[in-house]
Design a binder for this molecule. Structure first.
Ligand code: NIG
Ligand code: FE
Length: 429
């Protein structure tokens, strides 16, 4: 929470000059966008107080005022382009172990679902994550968070879902909370206990979901561990009929909902719409009727190009979703199985190339539209009152950022109003 104006301990600083500041101001939440709609401020500065943006404007004017009242100036080198810090609204960054074996098997011809049926897949990561102590899991998560921050991501959603028992899901969510206390990254946790029916329940999905309702959800609420529930709606995980009572119960308890939907077969997006979910994620298998229905609804369609690249399958029909009027967010889905790359900027740039998205649509998808998928209204644009989270690139034009398809990394990241990286850190993976 931003401290009041008069608090003497809150630092005010001016950051700049920016050759270009792409503010994303005024762009609508839903529908297609053209690059002509982008507001680009030239020779601009951003005045921040604490972690909040106070104003943006011509750097010279702001610098004059700053010098007069002795406000600190965080000076940037010539040729700095600023865009809002990225929001990665769908990741499974808390896990132990590797699924490199699955990747090799898939590339040799086995399908994701065949591997899962043969005991690999999600269940393999569950075994490895259950074996890991909370300390190990937290260290792994914090290392990944540092990599994400260096890549310009300033808000990161992290799911549980590799515990798949009451105690192991709680272990994961407590690890995510503990990690969030040790990093500048804003972490948003989501309970994905309904990732798949655990083998311990021998296919009795109903019994497992009932247990979650009675034994897990009340603890999540009591400990304030998360305000979000996710589920994987798919023949191989939970069918719409199986999952609906669980989602309704969660909603009634006040949780926000999000779903893994229409990944291999359509069906999940209709569930997301019927229960008023914040977002429906994946949607690679969405057809014209699902696209129309999503566009008419308030559900945010989240494309996960990292899963398409990891599995070698088609991308979410992002162009069609935007043209129909949907809100399109783009997230990395970073996970050890289907999306091991974990590089949002690269993936968003590639999605733009294959789906013919404007730069404005791609940038909106990883900033304010992604923030909306997390119900966060205070970030994703460089405007007064928003969080001072900024990804800064050394280049003379913002078009260069997506053009380099993820290879142009941020030179500097501002998180909560403070310069976060030294130049060398940006390569510290
Ligand atoms: O988003 N589709 C289901 N869940 C994850 C994959 C998780 C895994 O394979 O470990 C996804 O792709
Ligand atoms: Fe996922």
């Amino acid at each position: 929470m931003a401290k009041p104006h008069s608090d003497p301990h809150v630092t005010t600083r001016l950051i700049g000059p920016f050759a270009q500041l792409v503010t994303l101001e005024g762009l609508p939440l839903k529908g297609s966008l053209s690059d002509k709609q982008l507001i680009v401020q030239q020779a601009a500065g951003i005045r921040v107080r604490g972690s909040e943006i106070i104003e943006t404007g011509p750097f010279e004017r702001l610098a004059k005022a700053a010098r007069a009242d002795k406000t600190e100036i965080a000076e940037l080198p010539a040729g700095s382009v600023g865009i809002p810090g990225f929001v990665d609204a769908h990741t499974h960054s808390c896990f132990a172990g590797s699924r490199a074996k699955d990747y090799a098997l898939r590339n040799s011809g086995s399908s994701y679902l065949e591997i899962a049926k043969a005991g690999g897949g999600i269940w393999d990561s569950v075994q490895q994550t259950r074996k890991a102590s909370p300390e190990i899991l937290e260290a792994l998560l914090l290392k990944r968070i540092r990599r994400f921050l260096a890549a310009g991501i300033t808000t990161l959603e992290v799911k549980s879902g590799y515990g798949l028992s009451v105690s192991e899901e709680l272990k994961m969510l407590r690890v995510i909370r503990s990690a969030s206390e040790k990093t500048d990254m804003d972490l948003v946790s989501t309970c994905l206990a309904a990732h798949t029916c655990p083998k311990d329940f021998q296919g009795n999905a109903q019994e497992y979901l009932q247990l979650l309702e009675t034994e897990l959800l009340p603890v999540l609420a009591a400990e304030g561990l998360t305000s979000r529930l996710d589920a994987f709606v798919e023949q191989s995980a939970f069918t719409p009929r199986e999952i609906l009572p669980y989602l309704r119960k969660g909603k009634a308890m006040g949780f926000h909902l999000t779903l893994h939907a229409d990944q291999f077969t359509a069906g999940g997006s209709a569930v997301a719409i019927s229960c008023g979910a914040l977002s429906a994620d994946h949607l690679e298998a969405s057809g014209p009727s699902e696209i129309q229905a999503l566009a008419k609804s308030e559900v945010i369609a989240t494309a996960l190009p990292g899963a398409s690249l990891g599995l070698g399958c088609g991308f979410t029909p992002s162009r069609a979703l935007l043209d129909a009027g949907a809100c399109l967010a783009i997230a990395s889905d970073y996970n050890p199985g289907s999306a091991p790359m974990g590089d949002l900027l690269t993936q968003a740039a590639l999605l733009g190339t294959f789906e013919k998205l404007s730069n404005a649509e791609v940038l909106a998808g990883i900033t304010f539209r992604a923030a909306a998928a997390l119900a966060l209204k205070d970030r994703g644009r460089l405007v007064a009152g928003h969080k001072a989270d900024i990804a800064i690139f050394q280049t003379d034009h913002y078009n260069e950022i997506l053009y380099h398809q993820g290879q142009l990394r941020p030179f500097q990241v501002v998180k909560n109003g403070r310069l976060y990286l030294s130049k060398n850190d940006s390569h510290d993976f």
